[in-house]
Write a protein that binds this ligand. Structure first.
Ligand code: ATP
Ligand code: MG
Length: 670
C-alpha cells in the first residue's frame, strides 16, 4: 500500500473543492435536511454541511450501504454531552437505506491543519490547550465506557475556539471496515497501538494515540514513520521512539504513553492530563481546552474525570492519597447479598405469566413449610459455623482495605493571606479531613449503569467475534478437563455423604454421568456462544440434552447395577407411575429421563458455561441448581440425595472446565 506523508497531501478544504460528492448542493437525500455542500471524504463515507428544515446547521455523515455497518456504538454515544466532544444528534436512514449520522457542524480548523501550520511543532502553550481539551473529551468517553479507537489529528477540531473530539463511537465500524476493506491509510496507522495487532481494543489504545498526538503537536512529526503501512506497524510493535527532541515532563509522559505493553502504559488519559502542566489561562489562543465561561473552567471546580479542564486556571496536578483504611467486607455475606440481589432482580425482570409467579410462590412456600425441620436445622448449623468463622476473621485475620481519594491541589497565594487569617488556619488545624464517601448522585448512578451496559455490550461483541478455531480449541479443552473435575467432585461428595464408606460403582456412575452432563451443556453453549440469544431455542436444546443424559445415566445404572445414594426406606417413597419401586436397583428408565429432562429445561445452564459469566465458580449458582434438583423430586421421583449430588457435580464441572474472562481483563477491555 502506498503512503502519503501528511504534509504532502492537499488540505481537507482543498480536497473538498476538487472532490466529487454523491449529492449536490440543494438536494434532500435525508428527510428533514438539505445538503449545502460536501465537506470531505473519510475512510468509509462522505461528510456534508447541511441544514435542517428548521435552519439548524449540521454535519451529515453518509455511511455507505455496502459496508457492514455496526451502528450500536454510535447509538451509545447519542446522549453524551461534553464541551470537548462534537455532539452527535441522530442516526437516520434515507430512502435507499443508506445510514446518516447527523452531528454538530464544526466550522474551525482540525488539529491536522494546526500541525500543518507548525511543521516544527507548536508553541507549548498552544499544544497544551489542544491536548488538555482532547484528554477531557476522551476521559469523559472512557467514563461512559466508550473507547474512541480512531484518535488522530484529523478527527480533532477547533470550534469557536474550543477543542472538540469527533468521530467517537463511529470507530468500531470504521476500524472494522478498514480491516476488511483494505482502505487503510498511513494517516491512521500512525496512531495505532501495538496491541491492536492482537485484536485488543481496550482504552489503552486511546492513551497510546494521545501519546503520539502529544509528540506530534510538539515536534511536528509522528514518532514512527515508514515507507509502508507494514513498516509503520512494525515500528509500533518493536521500535523505541526518538524522544531527544522533547523536554521534560513531555519526554516521560510520551515514553509512558507509548509503552508497548498496554499493562505498563499510563493508566488513563486522565493520568496523562494530570502529568502535564496545566493549560495556560488567558485569551490569545487560537484554540482552548475549555469554553471561556464554562462552569468547570472556574478555579476550584473539577471536571467529571479529573482531567485537564479541572486544573485549567493554574491549579497543580491532582494528587492521589490514602483517604482511609477500612475493614474489608466479609466475602461470604457479600456473596449472599449479591446472590439475593441477583435473584430478586431476575425475579423482577423475568418474563413470566402472573399465574406462573403465583404458582411458583405457592410451591416454594409449601416446600419451605414441609421441609422446615431440615432447613431450620441447616440454617442453625450454618449460623454457628459462620459465627465461628466470622469471629476468627475479625479477631485473628483482621483484613483491611485502603480507600484512595484524588485531591486537586491549589497553589498557595501567599500575598492574599493576612497574618490573622494564617494564624486562624493554624489554630483550626489542617483543613482537609478524611472525607466521608459522598452519596452517589443520580447522575453518577446513571453513569455507572451506562458504563455497565456498555461493558456488557462490548463483552457480548467480543464473544460474538471469537474465531471458530479458538471456540473449537476451548471446547476440546473444556471437554478434557471436565472428566477430571467430574471425577474429583464425585469423589469428594461421596466421601462426605457416605462417611468414607463407598464402593467404586457410584464413583464411576457420578463421574461419567457428571462428565456427560457437563458436555451436554458445554457443547451447545459453545456453538451458541454470541450467536443464539433466544432463550426458548436454548431451552429446547437443553431439554433434548437432558433427556439424552437421562437415558445415558439409566443405561450406565443398569449396566453397572450400581446402588445410588438413597435416604430412607424405599417404601416411604410414593408409587411411581402406578408401581412401587421394589429395590434401589430397579429404578425405571422414565425416572432418569424425566428427572434430567426437567433438570435441564428449567435452569439456564448455558450461563454457567459462558465466557463472560460473573465468576469462575459461583457457589450461589451451584446452590440454586441443587435446590432446584431437590424441589424437582417433590413432583418427579428420583433417589435423593443422588439427584442433588449429580446436579452439584454437573454444575461445578461445567463452571470449572469452561473458560472464563477474568474481571481484571474485562476492565482492561474498556
Ligand atoms: P476517518 O474515517 O478516520 O474519520 P477522516 O476523519 O479523514 O477519516 P471523515 O471523518 O469522514 O474522514 O471526515 C471527512 C472530512 O469531513 C474531514 O475533512 C473532516 O474534517 C470533515 N468533518 C468530519 N466531521 C465534521 C464535522 N462534524 N463538522 C465539520 N467537518 C467535519
Ligand atoms: Mg473523521
Amino acid at each position: 500500500m502506498e503512503i502519503h506523508a501528511p504534509q504532502s497531501e492537499p488540505s481537507e478544504a482543498q480536497r473538498a473543492v476538487t472532490m466529487k460528492f454523491t449529492y449536490p448542493s440543494g438536494s434532500k437525500p435525508l428527510e428533514g435536511y438539505t445538503i449545502k455542500r460536501g465537506v470531505g471524504r473519510g475512510g468509509f463515507g462522505e461528510v456534508y454541511f447541511g441544514t435542517s428544515d428548521a435552519g439548524k446547521e449540521v454535519a451529515l455523515k453518509l455511511i455507505r450501504r455496502n459496508l457492514d455497518v455496526e451502528l450500536r456504538g454510535v447509538r451509545q454515544c447519542l446522549n453524551l454531552k461534553h464541551p470537548n466532544l462534537v455532539a452527535l444528534y441522530d442516526i437516520k436512514s434515507d430512502e435507499v437505506d443508506d445510514r446518516w449520522v447527523v452531528m454538530e457542524y464544526v466550522s474551525g480548523e482540525s488539529l491536522e491543519d494546526a500541525i500543518d501550520r507548525n511543521p516544527n511543532g507548536m508553541p507549548v502553550p498552544e499544544a497544551l490547550q489542544w491536548i488538555h481539551g482532547i484528554c477531557a473529551g476522551v476521559a469523559y468517553l472512557h467514563d461512559h465506557g466508550i473507547v474512541h479507537r480512531d484518535l488522530k489529528p484529523g478527527n480533532i477540531f477547533c470550534d469557536e475556539g474550543v477543542v472538540k473530539v469527533g468521530d467517537y463511537g463511529l470507530a468500531k465500524f470504521i476500524s472494522c471496515s478498514r480491516r476488511s476493506g483494505q482502505t487503510e491509510s498511513v494517516g491512521t496507522v500512525h496512531y495505532m497501538a501495538p496491541e491492536i495487532a492482537n485484536g485488543r481494543y481496550g482504552r489503552e489504545i486511546d492513551t497510546y494515540a494521545l501519546g503520539i498526538i502529544l509528540y506530534e503537536t510538539l515536534t511536528g512529526k509522528v514518532p514512527f514513520e515508514g515507507e509502508s503501512v507494514g513498516e509503520v506497524l512494525m515500528k509500533h510493535l518493536t521500535a523505541e521512539p526518538d524522544l531527544s527532541e522533547l523536554e521534560e515532563p513531555y519526554r516521560t509522559i510520551v515514553q509512558k504513553a507509548l509503552a508497548k505493553d498496554p499493562d505498563c502504559r499510563l493508566d488513563s488519559v486522565a493520568e496523562l492530563a494530570a502529568m502535564l502542566p496545566p493549560a495556560p489561562d488567558g485569551a490569545g489562543y487560537v484554540c482552548r481546552s475549555t469554553p471561556p465561561m464554562a462552569a468547570h473552567d472556574r478555579p476550584g471546580s473539577a471536571s467529571p474525570n479529573g482531567a485537564g479542564p479541572a486544573r485549567h486556571g493554574g491549579d497543580l496536578p491532582p494528587k492521589v492519597e490514602v483517604a482511609e483504611v477500612v475493614d474489608a467486607e466479609e466475602p461470604i455475606l457479600a456473596g449472599i447479598r449479591n446472590g439475593w440481589n441477583y435473584l430478586e432482580q431476575s425475579w423482577r425482570e423475568a418474563d413470566m405469566h402472573p399465574t406462573l409467579r403465583i404458582f411458583l410462590i405457592v410451591v416454594a412456600v409449601i416446600a419451605l413449610v414441609f421441609t422446615a425441620q431440615f432447613w431450620i436445622t441447616g440454617l442453625f448449623v450454618a449460623f454457628i459455623v459462620y459465627g465461628i468463622y466470622w469471629l476468627f476473621r475479625a479477631i485473628v485475620v483482621k483484613p483491611k482495605k485502603v480507600r484512595y481519594r484524588v485531591r486537586t491541589q491549589k497553589p498557595v497565594v501567599e500575598q492574599n493571606v493576612t497574618p490573622a487569617a494564617k494564624l486562624a488556619t493554624i489554630e483550626q488545624g489542617p483543613p482537609v479531613k478524611a472525607a466521608e464517601p459522598a452519596p452517589i448522585a443520580p447522575a453518577a448512578r446513571r453513569q455507572r449503569r451506562h458504563h455497565a451496559q456498555n461493558l456488557r455490550q462490548h463483552l457480548a461483541d467480543l464473544v460474538a467475534k471469537k474465531p471458530f478455531r479458538i471456540r473449537f480449541m476451548e471446547l476440546v479443552g473444556s471437554m478434557l478437563v471436565s472428566g477430571l473435575v467430574a471425577m474429583t467432585m464425585s469423589l469428594v461428595l461421596l466421601v462426605l455423604t457416605s462417611g468414607g464408606q463407598f464402593t467404586p460403582g457410584p464413583v464411576i456412575w457420578f463421574s461419567v454421568v457428571g462428565m456427560l452432563g457437563a458436555w451436554a451443556i458445554i457443547i451447545p453453549s459453545k456453538f451458541a456462544e454470541g450467536k443464539v440469544e433466544d432463550q426458548a431455542s436454548m431451552r429446547f436444546i437443553m431439554l433434548i440434552m437432558g433427556l439424552l443424559v437421562g437415558g445415558a445415566a439409566a443405561g450406565l445404572y443398569n449396566v453397572m447395577a450400581v446402588q445410588l445414594p438413597m435416604e430412607g426406606e424405599l417404601t416411604q417413597y410414593p408409587p411411581f407411575f402406578g408401581q412401587t419401586i421394589a429395590s434401589p436397583s430397579k429404578i425405571p428408565l422414565v425416572a432418569f429421563v424425566g428427572y434430567f429432562g426437567f433438570l435441564y429445561v428449567i435452569l439456564r445452564w448455558w450461563i454457567q458455561a459462558s465466557w463472560i459469566r460473573n465468576a469462575r465458580l459461583s457457589l450461589w449458582t451451584v446452590g440454586c441448581c441443587v435446590f432446584w434438583a431437590w424441589l424437582l423430586h417433590l413432583f418427579w421421583w428420583f433417589p435423593q440425595p443422588a439427584g442433588m449430588m449429580i446436579a452439584a457435580v454437573i454444575a461445578v464441572t461445567v463452571q470449572f472446565s469452561s473458560p472464563w474472562l477474568p474481571m481484571s481483563q474485562r476492565r482492561r477491555e474498556l
